[in-house]
Design a protein around this ligand. Sequence first.
Ligand code: ZN
Length: 396
Amino acid sequence: MPKKVLEQSQSEITAQSNVAERLRYFQERKEQIVQSIRQLVETESPSDDKQAVDRLGALIAGRFEGLGGHAKFHRVQNFGDHLQVDFTGRAGKPIMLLGHLDTVYPMGTLATMPCRVADGRLFGPGAFDMKSGIALMLHAIEALRSWHEDTLPRPVTILLVSDEEVGSETSRRITENLAKKSAAVLVLEPSHGPKGAVKTARKGIGEYVLKVTGKAAHSGLDFERGQSAILELARQIIAISKLIDVKRGLTLNVGTVQGGTRVNVIPAEATAVLDVRVARKQDAGGIDRKLRSLKPFNRKCKLEISGGMNRPPMERTPSVAALFKKAAEIAKRFGWKLEEAAVGGGSDGNFTASLGIPTLDGLGGVGEGAHATHESILISELPRRAALLAELITSV
Ligand SMILES: [Zn+2]
């Protein structure tokens, strides 16, 4: 065999055994990862409870500092403080690991939904969305330090925001600023489906309130003097639903309606709240314009539309596709066929991707029941997710 070919195959063999070793490293520490997730789940952190979220933030900051990170809090008045942790590294632009501290579960949920292990799964509020993702960050960083003499191969910036589940209003600018300084953004939100697909596209999300004002009147004595806001709203809802284009990934849901006071009164007011989702950036402006230019069918009624798009879509741009390809190559070395998915839900990855920063989402745990009573993750999937994350940090 020519020398060059021989060398090549030997280095491939070394790389291959490295890969196996690294996967084994995490398999041997599976129980520790589970313990970390348990600690995070048992520190409840509803978005609307600043004290609780700050408690979780302090706990995680301490753990990252124990690994040599520099933790700093971005102070917020009405929500928990956002936690940023910076790790220095040998060379290169930083990689950003993005996630959130908050959950949708009210304080005290643990009493009825305790953190428990059963059938190879860990159950508990926020276990899937996304405390397992935070634990993966912790253990991937720990591993990288131990493999590289206590210095990460490259700088890493971690951002864990406190308000993702309620729209990320106070954190968006911080997320965007840090993303702009990063080579890529890895989002540790839950993966998709039973095979743990990563997310390469997410829809943009908007919320609008359509308020109709008509004129009240006695439905028996003065019927003709009344202008029904409910009737007008009903006609508007039919008109709005014609804007839906499922094939383009443009959907619109009138989620709630409210109106009227009594059965014998022509209703003077009616309101609908709309959830809008777009797969393409260009559709966001179009639907916004159309909603804002709605005209009343009944000229004696008045329409008011408020709200707007709050997350741009994460589109599968070439840089997103390239990052996925890299992840799939790494997974393949672990003997694992990593899949990708496009989903309707948004995350903070929408912000970073729409700035053109390569973003890969859904790198967190594999599980089911996000935001539901059966929320859980598959314990057996944890080691290879941690291994994938560690390799991505090193090689992107
Ligand atoms: Zn989430």
